[in-house]
Design a protein around this ligand. Structure first.
Ligand SMILES: Nc1ncnc2c1ncn2[C@@H]1O[C@H](COP(=O)(O)OP(=O)(O)O)[C@@H](O)[C@H]1O
Ligand SMILES: [Mg+2]
Length: 689
């Protein structure tokens, strides 16, 4: 991880590591408020400590009262030979662990721990990183602090990160983590922003954050042109103890996303709030009102905003809109007025729509989308409203907010659109549905593999779509490279992602395709249809001839019973590829076509390209790749529909086309949707030929 603006601190840490490596013990405390970057710095040490044994202990709030919980964490990571400990030490530890009755002998326990640390540092320098010391149980702190003061000349380093170091740690040398400088804070903010941000809003975010990295990273990635309402938050800051007028002033300040004191004062004045109302908030350190309006913490701004009732918020936005300059800031004025009105009003909606372009230049696509959405909501006339809803949907789509786009386009289609607009809206809806269904598929695929936490679904989605993931998620990369057929790159990525159990499937394919059969691993516990299907695939990749054939078919059978269509499609693809290499071209085509259709219907671009390439290699003339068109049937769907019309059951059709009954069912569902019918008896009526 790249730390920004911590050169001085990392310099100190390097020196610390140098001293420990040179055989000089050292212990110190890393002190800073929540979010200051303590854990990040500990991580930095761990990454730099090559050649050292690094152990980590973390204080966790619920265990703060559990005596020796921290020591237990520490000792389980060290190579302790209890039989080699002096008897007194051994007994003391057993008492501490509750394995033996008796009163605690603190000195013996501490010496035992020191003994163990020293023994562990015999072969290589030892680094102990203790995080969140403020939550470490007192017994462990006591012992560790004792040890830290008596390390002598051994290569042992101890670091305690803490918000508020306990008195026992307080005596150690300490490194205080202050806020980042403004320029570092800006660099950190810029590193996280996807859309352009109005410089004024950027300044305000930096000001509120007071250099706290977490506060900077914690900003909503909603329209950052300042065209977003603060995130809803639970009221952690007790504003209700403040005088009424003071609280109202804070609400006004919170609603002004730019943090312009002139504007805030003028709006306050309009609302009859006297200037002196600021004093209690300023005295309590909650608010600063000088060249910029700053809150003590971004969460405080959110709390202030949402402490107002809806009518109060509308009143505040009205005042802020009124005092905003129409000539220099028309978009911000329109935005405030749009949040002041309790119901639809054409004049305001039209003004918002006019300001969209300007809002976009300030806050990017998502700001433009927010403007259009609000404009649509405020539009009284149905046709106009439907048109704006569609424009908003398109903008949300461009801004990457798929679900919201889908909701808006559905709302637009429910209204009176012109024929041309309707066609466009339907096209957008279909496109969005495809993407959404892929998203669901990816989630299912990941869940079937049992891990949901470690995998960044968005990155994996990108990979399935054939797009280079924006994050450095190696699992997603393995999926992408397998998809586009760069198996060597997929193999390397998969090897870097071994901590993700799901990667086994990617590794198997990539390694087998590049001839590194030794790297293919079996699933640890292939229970259930998904795991059995994947294991069968792995077996298929490792075998030849009739055995491989049987494994491929098993894999399809198992995966067909799951809801993970994307893996089913891959099973068809792999089988098809295998069949082609066995020169069974006709069989291969059926498999590859099935795979291609599932991939295409989901928008799994990379894999559909691969399936298409394979299909072409079987001699089939390639069809032009199109977006799924909901009016025309694909070749496979036509075949299925014809057989269904001719009275064949799903299993019969499956046998004919060499696909499973469930896949037949899947094709039929799509046929019905495209032809707008509900049962196979209607096929006769709508199908010719
Ligand atoms: N100097 C920095 N540069 C970039 N990111 C940072 C920096 N310091 C902290 N962060 C990030 O800010 C967040 C909060 O930091 P963290 O180390 O968890 O704080 P603490 O442990 O002090 O509460 C984390 O996401 C961390 O990665
Ligand atoms: Mg932390």
């Amino acid at each position: 991880m790249q730390l920004i603006g911590r050169d001085a601190e990392t310099g100190v840490l390097e020196e610390f590591l140098g001293r420990v490596r040179a055989g000089e013990s050292h212990a110190f405390a890393l002190v800073g408020e929540s979010g200051a970057g303590k854990t990040a710095l500990l991580q930095h040490i761990a990454e730099r400590a090559s050649g050292c044994l690094v152990v980590r202990v973390e204080g966790v709030q619920p265990e703060a009262d559990l005596a020796f919980a921290g020591l237990y964490q520490l000792l389980t990571q060290l190579p302790v030979r209890f039989d080699q400990l002096p008897a007194a030490h051994r007994e003391a530890l057993r008492t501490a662990a509750g394995m033996r009755p008796g009163s605690l002998n603190w000195l013996a326990i501490s010496l035992a721990v020191r003994h163990i640390l020293f023994a562990a540092s015999d072969k290589q320098p030892l680094i102990c990183l203790v995080d969140d010391e403020q939550w470490l149980d007192h017994a462990s702190v006591h012992v560790l602090a004792f040890t830290a003061r008596r390390l002598g000349t051994r290569p042992v380093g101890l670091v305690f990160a803490s918000r508020e170091p306990s008195s026992e740690i307080a005596g150690l040398p300490f490194l205080k983590l202050n806020g980042l400088t403004d320029s570092a804070a800006r660099a950190l903010l810029d590193s996280t922003l996807a859309a352009p941000v109005d410089p004024a809003v950027r300044d305000r975010i930096i000001a509120d954050a007071h250099g706290n990295p977490l506060a900077i990273l914690d900003i909503p990635d909603e329209p950052l042109g300042g065209f977003a309402l603060p995130l809803v938050t639970k009221d952690e800051w007790h504003l209700d103890t403040l005088p009424d007028e003071t609280r109202r002033l804070m609400q006004v300040a919170a609603a002004d996303f730019v943090g312009d004191p002139v504007l805030v004062w003028r709006a306050a004045d309009k609302l009859g709030i006297a200037a002196r109302a600021a004093n209690p908030a300023i005295e309590a350190g909650l608010l600063e009102l000088d060249t910029l309006v700053r809150f003590r913490h971004p969460a405080m701004r959110r709390a202030a905003y949402w402490s107002a009732t809806l009518p109060q918020r509308q009143e505040i936005h009205q005042a802020l809109g009124d005092v905003t300059d129409q000539r220099t800031d028309p978009d911000r004025r329109a935005w405030h007025h749009a949040h002041a009105t309790p119901g639809p009003q054409e004049a305001i909606a039209a003004e918002l729509e006019r300001c969209t372009v300007r809002a976009q230049s300030r806050g990017g696509l998502s700001a433009a989308a927010a403007f259009l959405e609000r404009a649509a909501i405020l539009t009284p006339e149905p046709a106009q409203r439907a048109r704006r809803l569609f424009a908003a949907a398109a903008a949300k789509h461009d801004a990457g907010a798929r679900n919201q786009a889908l909701e808006l386009v559905a709302a637009a289609l429910a209204g009176p659109l012109s024929a041309g607009e309707r066609a466009k809206a339907e096209q957008l809806r279909d496109q969005l549905r495809t993407a959404t269904s892929l998203m669901d598929e990816v989630r299912r695929a990941v869940e079937a593999g049992g891990n949901t936490d470690e995998v960044c679904i968005e990155s994996v989605l990108e990979a399935w779509r054939g797009v280079e993931p924006t994050t450095a998620d190696d699992y997603a990369k393995a999926v992408l490279y397998n998809g586009i057929g760069r198996h060597d790159a997929a193999r390397d990525a998969a090897l870097r992602a071994l901590h993700t159990p799901l990667v086994i499937t990617e590794l198997a394919e990539a390694a087998a395709r590049t001839g590194h059969f030794d790297l293919v691993k079996a699933l640890p516990d292939p229970v259930g249809d998904w795991a059995s299907g994947i294991q069968a695939r792995i077996d298929a990749l490792l075998t030849e001839g009739a055995q491989a054939d049987a494994h491929h078919r098993d894999s399809i059978t198992y995966l067909d019973r799951t809801h993970v269509r994307i893996e089913l499609a891959r099973a068809h693809l792999l089988y098809g590829e295998w069949l082609r290499r066995e020169h069974r071209r006709i069989d291969a085509r059926a498999q590859l076509r099935t795979a291609l259709e599932i991939f295409t219907s989901m928008g799994a671009e990379a894999f559909s390209t691969r399936a298409q390439r394979e299909l072409r290699a079987t001699g089939e003339t390639a069809r032009k790749r199109t977006q799924p068109n909901h009016n025309t049937l694909t070749a496979q769907e036509t075949q299925v529909a014809q057989l269904a019309r001719d009275g064949l059951s799903n299993p019969e059709i499956g046998t004919r086309l060499f696909i499973s009954p469930r896949t037949v069912q899947y094709h039929l569902r799509k046929v019905f949707a495209k032809l707008d019918i509900t049962s196979r008896t209607q096929l006769d009526r709508v199908m010719l030929g």
